[in-house]
Design a binder for this molecule. Structure first.
Ligand SMILES: O=C[C@H](O)COP(=O)(O)O
Length: 260
């Protein structure tokens, strides 16, 4: 089986502050080292200060791999799109990653799977690694439609970009019923879905399927992380609420590093 380095991504959503960035980096300085890749996705207006903080503390963070990511981007390259942020701008402010198709964007801002696929394409064109979010609603799970929903969300992107584009992407499985509810999927539920996603990709390309990192998101916290992250197809987490507490977040990164 391929060795996949775990990834812990923080999605601050519309929360956090410049101060939180400083607190998180101070906590990392106290952790001797971590092998997990860490991605911090603050609101875009904080990217600049976080980039500067990372550079200020770089000599004390050499034993960590901390990158910046964004929570969203435009599917357009540039132009008259009021309120939007382009991939090139995110690159300019130090981003390596961008979250694409988070369920909050699909649900509250009407992002169709087609737009999500276009964002995926634009992210890669701009040199960003997309973190593609997929996940089913509670109603879909209760109707035994989980795999059907996931297939639909994956196919919408696969059909447009092709399997090899997933060689430079992460997938985050985020069941909608577990997001911000305090009720995480069980490790067994997460593993079952992650294995399904990996199998789906492996059928098309064993190379990509084996290599791709699939993160779990939905009420991840230090108390349930070890059980989730040690499942064979769970390669880390996309963390919302717990990433707003510097100690909890750094603890999650430590747990992920130890689960490798
Ligand atoms: O992007 C993160 C997810 O939506 C999970 O959020 P949560 O950890 O607050 O449940």
């Amino acid at each position: 089986m391929a060795t996949r380095r775990p990834v812990i991504a923080a999605n601050w959503k519309m929360a956090g502050s410049q101060q939180l960035g400083e607190e998180v980096l101070e906590k990392f300085k106290l952790l001797p080292s971590s092998s997990a890749e860490v991605v911090i996705c603050p609101p875009s207006v904080y990217l600049d200060s976080l980039q500067q903080q990372l550079s200020k503390h770089s000599s004390e963070l050499v034993n960590h791999r901390i990158s910046l990511g964004a929570q969203n981007m435009s599917h357009q390259e540039f132009g008259a799109y009021t309120g939007e942020t382009s991939g090139a701008m995110l690159k300019e402010f130090g981003c390596s990653y961008v979250i694409i198709g988070h369920s909050e964007r699909r649900r509250m801002y009407g992002e169709s799977s087609d737009i999500v696929a276009d964002k995926f394409i634009m992210a890669q064109k701009m040199g960003l690694t997309p973190i593609l979010c997929v996940g089913e609603s509670l109603a879909a799970r209760e109707a035994n439609r989980t795999f059907e929903v996931l297939n639909g969300e994956l196919n919408a992107v696969l059909d447009k970009v092709g399997i090899m584009a997933f060689d430079n992407a992460l997938i985050a499985y985020e069941p909608l019923w577990a997001i911000g509810t305090g009720k995480s999927a069980t490790p067994e539920q997460a593993q079952e879905v992650h294995a399904f996603i990996r199998q789906r990709l492996t059928e098309i390309s064993p190379f990509v399927g084996e290599k791709i990192r699939i993160l779990y998101g939905g009420s991840v916290k230090p108390s349930n992380a070890a059980d989730l992250f040690t499942r064979p197809d769970v390669d880390g987490g996309l963390v919302g609420g717990a990433s707003l507490n510097a100690s909890d977040f750094v603890n999650l990164c430590r747990i992920a590093s130890e689960s490798e």
